[in-house]
Structure formats: C-alpha cells, structure tokens
Design a protein around this ligand. Sequence first.
Ligand code: SF4
Ligand code: SF4
Length: 425
Amino acid sequence: MSGYALGTDAPEKDLLSRCVHCGFCLPTCPTYAVLGVEMDSPRGRIKLMQTVWDGRVEVASAGFALHIDQCLDCRACETACPSGVEYGKVVEAARAQLEVARHRGPAARLVRAFAFRVLLPRPSFLALFARVSVLAKRLGGATILRLVGARRLADLLALVPSTASSGALPATFPAIGARRGRVALFSGCVMRAAFADTNAATARVLARNGIEVVVPEEQTCCGALQAHAGARGDSRDLARRNIAALEALDVDAFIVNAAGCGAHLKGYGWLLKDDPAWSKRAEAFAARVKDASEALVSFGLVARPGTLRARAAYDDPCHLIHGQRISEQPRELLRAIPGLELVPLTEADMCCGSAGTYNVSQPELSRALLDRKIGHVLASGANMLITANPGCQMQLAAGVRAAGARVTVMHLMDVLDQAYEAAAG
Ligand code: SF4
Ligand code: SF4
C-alpha cells in the first residue's frame, strides 16, 4: 500500500506542512537523545510521514513502522515547536494508518482485541487482572518467567505495583464546609482497577476544599491507550459512551487524576470531529475536563494542609506538561504543604519511558529512559518522588525498586491527602 488510505485517520497534510524543519524540537525528544538518529527525531518522523503522503514510502514498510513505533507520543516536541506543529495528532493518525496496513498474526490481533475491547472498558475484569498480577508478583512469578525464558512477560510483571486497590467509591463525597462547587470524578480504568485509593484521596482533597464530588457509575475507559496504539475506532466508541453517560450531569467540571486520560478526554473534540452527530457534543464535553491539580488551583485551597517532612522531587507526566500544558499547578499545591521541601529534578519534563504501553512494546528504549530518569532522581537527593499518572507511577516505582533506592513514589493527590490527614490528626 503506497500513500495513506484516505479517510478519517490519515495524518492531515496541513498539519504536517506546518513543520519548517528548524530542528528546535530535537534536543527535547527522548528517542533522539537516546538513539541520536534523525529518523527518531520529531523532524525526521514528520519528514517520513510526508514522504508517505507523497507516495514515495509505503505505510507498511519496515522503516516507517520502526520509527513511528519507537515514538513515545510524549509530545515534548509540541511544547518546543515554534511553528505550532500538533505532533500528537499526526503521530496518532500515522499509527492508525499503520494498523490498517501492517500484517499482524491472529494471536497478536486477539491480544489487542482482548486488551482494548474487553479488559480496559470493564473495571471488574481489569481489577481481577490487577489482583492476579499482584499475587503472581508476590509469589515470585517474575523469577519463574525468567527461568522459562519469558523475559518480556517477566519485565512486565516487574512493573506491577506491590499492592493494588480496587472497588467502587461512594457515589458522593459531600463538600466539607460551605459548598464552592460540584464536580464529577472521572475514575478511569487502570485507576479504578489498581489505584482506587488514589481516586478516593482525590475526592477527599476536593471535598475538604468545599467541592462536592460525585462519582458516576456509568462511565468507562477514556480510550487513550487505544488511540495511542492506532485503534482510533475503538477509542471513538468509548468516547461516545463517556459523553452520553456524563454530559447531562449538573457539574462544574469532569475531574481527572491520570494525565494520559486527561489529555485524551480534552481531545475528544478532535477525535470525533468528523462525526456530525457527535462533534459538537464532544467539544462541549472536552471543554469541561480538568486535571485535579488544575481544578484545585483554580478553585483555590481553603483548607490548610498539615506538615509532611520530606525532600520531594516532582516528575512531570508528559501528558500533563506537554499534553495539557500543566506544570505549575502541581508544584504550587506541593509548595502549600508545610515541611515538604521541593527539590529540583533534572529533565523532570522528559519521559520516564512508560508512555502508555511503550514499556511493553519497546522494552529496551523504555529501560534506557527509565535508567536516565532514576539517575536524575538519585542525584536530586529526594526521598519522595511525586507524579500524577498511574503509568508513570508504576514505571518510576519499578525503577526505584530495581535501583534499591530508598525513595517513596507517590501520586500528587495521595501526598495532598496525607497532608490533610496530618492536619486532622
Ligand atoms: S516540529 Fe516544529 S520544532 Fe520540530 S523541526 Fe518541525 S517546525 Fe521545527
Ligand atoms: S512525541 Fe516524544 S518521542 Fe515522539 S517525536 Fe515527539 S518528542 Fe520525540
């Protein structure tokens, strides 16, 4: 197949032509930093996408697949680009085209369909999967897998957290004190299946600041992992389900505590732009999505957190800093905690190598980026490492464990919740 298949999911030529090949984005690109190869830089990948448009390279060619697959979709290049290239949109479209063109065996197709259509959209399945994975890890599953030569699965199991919390939250967390707002918590798929305690912490922190939180049961996975992996049709189906379930709620905002989900939910307008029945609804929905830190700073903290003694480093999730341009709000919240010393972290804005399913699909590159990140964490002298995305949290915790470092990895909302607990106790 030469050139892109026409239709909804081809990278838009106008977006590609915004690139003036200046190279300003190159120093910010993690894969270029590790590999030093032009075709693994944003500029090189854009050039490659243009040559496919012109019909000079086949979508299914090994070179195109290699360099597009090796991209983290971290969007650091978007932040750096002076010409406004919306790289995330074009690379996701390129991946969708790759999925149409490339040959996958029946087993690989089955695994993708199971993960994207069965596991992620069903919280009870995913919670069961998380519990079994945690148990397998505790029973030494990684060692057994390595012994039988299943290194990839062993690496995957190493990423699983030592504990997972799941279960439904109360339908409402009433505002404490005078009610200043009402929001709905987007509880996510991985968050609901493995980090339910963090969801509860998020709701408590908001409630302590006078914001009533409702947790609608009728919501599903946001579809971010599907879109990043080229399954945009599946992602659109989930987007329609979420919009239909949540749009009529009488709330000020939909609150998200997972950066990858937040960036994707804010992009629903783009995802459904070619669907006349849904495009306007999607845009209206996306305009109401807010990261938890963004909402807390915009409402303002009225409850004073208690003291937490820690030397903390904050690592920016890519889809918060680059996907949503949110970097100051989390730091502002952390600075509000007495006793918490916020230390600088070199390359805090560079990807840790988690990137959705990247640590599964590109384990060597992911490991190289994680080692680089953990080196900076150790050099910072921090004993606490804070992030705001479940994938980053699992990846960073695995890196800290592998390094044998005495660093606690936590979600921003858990840190705030602990500080409020300290104030109450
Ligand atoms: S993506 Fe932007 S920064 Fe990078 S080469 Fe193109 S115009 Fe320059
Ligand atoms: S999304 Fe990240 S990895 Fe991909 S080209 Fe841009 S900076 Fe590089």
